[in-house]
Ligand binder design. Structure first.
Ligand SMILES: Nc1ncnc2c1ncn2[C@@H]1O[C@H](COP(=O)(O)OP(=O)(O)OP(=O)(O)O)[C@@H](O)[C@H]1O
Length: 451
């Protein structure tokens, strides 16, 4: 029987060994590493099929390890294990190609389920960046009731039946892909394929071949002819998530395909006609990227025939209850539980919290609390301490309050740490912090960070 090779990287030796014992009992072959450099060594020596790594390591961090894996062995899924304080970084790590993250303290059931999902989704390189939604596949789409949600919905319904390209704007985890699917389902292409491509997770050198396909022998590794996603989605919709991450070269090829409605596989002479509607999404300021010369202006206008904003959860708190109860039934079904609801105290933390990871974070938090709940109701003890502390800081309006001061201080520290982690690259820092570059500059000015 083939035993799956799992590599666990964490400087907490006891934790590493406990996880190792647990996974070995479940039939895995496990190696451990207590630092980034040991992890890199094991990457070559042990050749793992899945990697679980802590975010904070003594020499470098889990993001560095993730980047190395994405560069060298992108087919290996990486799962980040993280303390709650680092959840924003973890959310961003998913943009860099991490399969998923699990919050510490780690629950064995959760980690097993995540490894299972990673191994099923894994396979050929780049495949994690592509999600195909089967025709007729049901997703339960919750329509918010807040004025902002109703506005978004109105735009969705207006634009869906047209053939317009739509650029969907919004923070990470707000539900941009869900909006794209909704547009697709409400269009005449609804019974044709919907393919979502996470441009941020596409390995740079494989992006063109993933999108447009290639012919055998066109580059090292092209051992057979391959159909690209444009051909695969023919007649349907292609959703380009994080479209700002496409290289300038690929942007140019994309523009050609859109203009000529034909695709040419890498290394081929012949062109194939395609009929595709393009929806794209971004959580960065694409206009700024155009101004900086990082994104082609002609392509920007082609993709942005219409734009839709998906608002952050904190701007539409009146939808929170609706989503909490939806995610509760999803979690109950997935974990085979019958948790009835949330205590008032928990709901009030939910209402005050900042939700940097938006609906995705809410879904994860709800699932986690359901997992940790043994009674009928989710109680405050199942929430991560940091979340409670955070929500208290934010709910205090008085700017002279010591708690506010503490919040500002930790914000300043987080910015400094992230700048250091991103080697003072401000675009990357803004990405890791999940804010746009302008906000980063404003905050740096506010905290007198002079770089
Ligand atoms: N309208 C909705 N109804 C039900 N669930 C939703 C809805 N919108 C989003 N979700 C849930 O929230 C999660 C995040 O949504 P989605 O992946 O669409 O966000 P996104 O904005 O595309 O994220 P990213 O910026 O990271 O690509 C999904 O797993 C989905 O389950």
């Amino acid at each position: 029987m083939h035993m799956i090779r799992a590599l666990v990287v964490d400087d907490d030796v006891t934790f590493c060994l406990m996880l190792k014992t647990f996974l070995m009992k479940k039939g895995f072959e496990v190696e451990t590493a207590f630092s980034y450099s040991e992890g890199v060594r094991q990457l070559a020596k042990f050749n793992p099929e899945v990697i679980l790594t802590d975010l904070r390591l003594p020499d470098k961090d889990g993001i560095d390890l993730l980047e190395k894996v994405m560069r060298e062995k992108p087919q290996i899924p990486v799962i980040l294990m993280t303390g709650y304080a680092d959840i924003r970084t973890a959310v961003q790590a998913m943009k860099l190609g991490a399969f998923d993250y699990v919050a510490k303290p780690i629950s064995p059931d959760e980690i097993l389920a995540t490894i299972g999902a990673a191994l099923t989704a894994g396979g050929k390189s780049g495949s994690r960046a592509v999600r195909t939604i089967g025709v007729g596949e049901k997703v339960s789409y919750i329509e918010g009731k807040s004025p902002l949600a109703l506005k978004t919905l109105e735009f969705v319904k207006l634009v869906a039946p047209t053939s317009m390209s739509v650029l969907i704007l919004g923070e990470s985890g707000t539900g941009k892909e869900f909006v794209a699917r909704r547009i697709h389902n409400l269009s005449s292409r609804g019974n044709k394929p919907f393919i979502a491509i996470d441009c941020g997770a596409l390995p740079k050198d494989l992006a063109a071949s993933e999108l447009f396909g290639h012919v055998k022998g066109s580059f090292t590794g092209a051992i057979t002819d391959k159909q690209g996603q444009f051909e695969a989605a023919n007649g349907g919709t292609l959703f380009l998530d994080e479209v700002g991450n496409l290289s300038y070269d690929v942007q140019m090829q994309l523009l050609r395909v859109i203009q000529e409605r034909k695709v040419r596989r890498v290394g081929a002479n012949a062109e194939v006609p395609v009929d595709i509607r393009i929806l794209s999404a971004t959580n960065e300021d694409l206009k700024q990227a155009v101004a900086n010369g990082d994104f082609r202006e002609d392509l920007y206008h082609r993709l942005n025939e219409f734009s839709i904003v998906v608002h952050s959860l904190r701007e539409r708190k009146s939808d929170l209850v609706l989503f909490v109860s939806h995610f509760l039934s999803v979690a109950n079904a997935e974990l085979n539980r019958q948790v009835a609801g949330f205590s008032e105290e928990v709901m009030s933390v939910f209402m005050d919290y900042y939700w940097p990871g938006n609906l995705r974070e809410l879904k994860n938090v709800v699932k986690r609390t359901v997992l940790l709940t043994h009674g009928d109701m989710v109680e405050i003890g199942t929430l991560p301490n940091e979340m409670i502390a955070d929500s208290q800081c934010i709910s205090l309006g008085d700017s002279n309050s010591p708690l506010k001061g503490a919040a500002a201080k930790s914000e300043q520290e987080l910015i400094l740490q992230t700048l250091e982690r991103a080697k003072y690259n401000k675009t990357k820092t803004a990405q890791l912090l999940n804010i746009d570059r302008k906000t980063l500059y404003n905050k740096m000015r506010q905290y007198n960070i002079d770089l």
